[in-house]
Design a protein around this ligand. Structure first.
Ligand code: SAM
Ligand code: HNT
Length: 274
């Protein structure tokens, strides 16, 4: 009884932290230069986009439905996947983030970040002209089904009727699980909960923070993070029932450490549910 209460308290405390999450600040901190500088070979966001582009297009990932776990206020994570899947479901715990994404999807203006450079960069990765970013934006708006609530700490993270009985064909999740879990066992349990959303043989594309113990999601909004190393990520992946295909690591150069967190590295992994 005490153990369950301890788990519940940790998750509840994390939810309180997220009440102050500021999408505009978060986007400013992490998705503008230098971390998102498309002219720099060593910038973090182009590295992430290259990992995702390769993973979605190297031939083993296929199906109808791609689900993004913990989308936040960002779209970069599905810019390659929207060309491979004809249905994309975005998810987040917070309504402020779901509303940010819906504003972009409705093309009504008022978004807190201009995604054009991202769309142009991914067009280039696809061998297309950057000017085709408008077609890519239209494609993304066409394939996104909805932006729905999610809680990865629930054994059923999504509402019952959201997914088809067969589940998703592919999951993508970026900087979510380690940023919402009070400790490593909770991170591993959340990974296991997400696996239940994925069909057998489906793929997981996971991006996350290494060595990070906190990040700022707004002025004075300090959110604790489970500090992970590669070995822990691989152990949690195996314990939750996934089979690792590939793990890649980006180590932050000093000028990518901009004071909004203490992250030391970023991992990208591709895994399969079998
Ligand atoms: C660090 S942000 C990551 C956002 C985005 N995926 C990215 O790549 O930048 C973590 C996200 O997890 C969401 N979140 C918080 N608690 C959650 C929970 N219990 N289940 C799922 N997502 C949660 C937050 O609302 C936030 O959008
Ligand atoms: O450099 N980046 O592209 C980037 C993007 C998002 C995030 C980080 C770094 C590090 N902190 C996490 C929250 O735990 C969020």
């Amino acid at each position: 009884m005490m153990e369950q209460k301890r788990k519940d308290n940790g998750v509840a405390a994390m939810a309180v932290c997220y009440e102050k999450f500021d999408p505009a600040a978060y986007l400013q901190y992490n998705y503008t230069p230098p971390r998102a500088d498309f002219e720099r070979k060593d910038s973090i966001v182009p590295w992430k986009l290259a990992c995702l582009h390769r993973a979605f297009t190297e031939g083993d990932v296929s199906g109808e439905l791609l689900v993004d776990i913990g989308s936040g206020p960002t779209l970069y994570q599905v810019l390659s996947g929207c060309e491979v899947f004809n249905k994309v479901l975005l998810t987040d715990f917070l309504d402020v983030n779901r509303q940010e994404l819906k504003r972009w999807l409705r093309d009504e203006g008022g978004c807190n970040l201009d995604w054009t450079p991202y769309l142009q960069h991914v067009c280039k990765l696809e061998g297309r002209r950057p000017s085709e970013w408008t077609e890519k934006a239209a494609k993304l708006r066409q394939v996104v089904l909805d932006v729905v609530p999610i809680d990865v700490h629930c054994s059923q993270p999504l509402a019952p009727d959201v997914l088809p009985p067969s589940g998703a064909d592919c999951l993508v999740s970026c900087f979510c699980l380690e940023s919402v879990s009070p400790d490593l066992p909770s991170f591993t349990r959340a990974l296991g909960h997400t696996r239940k959303l994925l069909r057998p043989g489906g793929h997981l594309l996971l991006i996350g923070a290494l060595g990070e113990s906190y990040y700022f999601a707004g002025p004075g909004v300090r959110i604790p993070v489970v500090p992970l190393d590669e070995a822990q990520v691989c152990a949690s992946l195996k314990e939750s029932g996934y089979t690792l295909i590939r793990l890649e690591v980006y180590t932050l150069p000093p000028d990518m450490r901009v004071g909004v967190d203490d992250v030391t590295g970023v991992f990208f992994l591709k895994a399969v549910n079998q």
